[in-house]
Ligand binder design. Structure first.
Ligand code: PAF
Length: 278
């Protein structure tokens, strides 16, 4: 496995790599969710590449950039164990040098739900993903379903800017109690960790109500909120919404294929999750 921090060297190595090339962009602190993407990239491509970069531009002021978990030696061991060929570990200065002034704006899709609570977040995600795709030029890029709105943003930007790769969205990996794997789960105290499965339980309650014939989104939302309210550790619910998974337009009636998603705060830790109905 080659670990490369220089942008030009990464671009040249990817240019010379045997095709197809599959890319898994990450911010490190790898867990089984990331590794499931890596395994899929490895299985479907002749060359598997990953990036590890905690992207400062997708964190708002007062968010957890400084505290974000980082363990590069462990991450590299895990990627080597999966047989990854190339790992890109750029510095902040190399991706955002002095004078950096060009941003990718994704419009309406980036302003609602996660984008409304975290202004500028999707601009940062879109900009760095655009840069990573331009450097690596993969045939396929792999992202997790857990970040549902992010996957819609990335599909849109790849299409709008003709970036080329096929965007492959892989299923959310969960703990046995339903909690979606996330690097941010590391922030949870043991008590908060015990409470955290309520996020998926709320979405599951919404999904069961839908399967039993309720299609009114206000009623479905209320079903999820009832479950969230029953857990004293829940300090706030940023949203429970049902959207069409492409444009991320909020729906009043939940049709098959709609995505139900939520963002919940437990002890200062913000957890997001989603399920697709149908
Ligand atoms: O999902 C993530 O880990 C990040 O948002 C991504 C796509 C690597 C961009 O920094």
């Amino acid at each position: 496995m080659r670990v490369i921090s220089d942008t030009g060297e990464m671009a040249a190595s990817c240019g010379n790599a045997v095709r197809p090339l599959g890319l898994v962009p990450t911010m490190g602190a790898l867990h089984e969710g990331h590794l499931s993407l890596v395994r899929r990239a490895k299985a479907e491509n002749a060359t598997a590449a990953a990036t590890i970069f905690v992207n400062p531009t997708q964190f708002g002021p007062g968010e957890d950039l400084a505290a974000y978990p980082r363990d590069l030696p462990r991450d590299l061991d895990l990627l080597a164990g999966e047989g990854v060929d190339l790992v890109f570990t750029p510095t902040q200065e190399s991706l955002y040098p002095a004078g950096f002034a060009t941003w990718v704006e994704v419009g309406e899709i980036g302003e609602k739900l996660e984008g409304a609570v975290r202004p500028g977040h999707f601009r940062g995600v879109a900009t760095v993903v655009c840069k990573l795709l331009s450097i690596v030029r993969p045939d396929r890029a792999y992202f997790g379903q857990k970040d549902g709105q992010q996957t819609a943003v990335i599909k849109q930007l790849t299409r709008d800017l003709d970036l080329g790769p096929e965007i492959i969205v892989c299923p959310t990996i969960r703990e046995s109690d339903g909690l979606a794997l996330s690097s941010r789960n590391a922030y949870l105290t043991p008590e908060q960790r015990q409470a955290a499965p309520v996020v998926y339980q709320a979405l599951s309650a919404l999904e069961s109500a839908w399967k039993s014939g309720t299609t009114s989104v206000p009623e479905l939302r209320e079903r999820a909120l009832e479950v969230l309210r029953s857990e004293p550790s829940v300090e706030g619910v940023d949203y429970v919404a049902v959207v069409d998974p492409n444009g991320f337009h909020e729906l009043d009636t939940a049709l098959p294929g709609a995505m139900a998603l939520t963002a919940v705060r437990i002890g200062g830790v913000r957890l997001i999750d989603n399920v697709v109905l149908g």
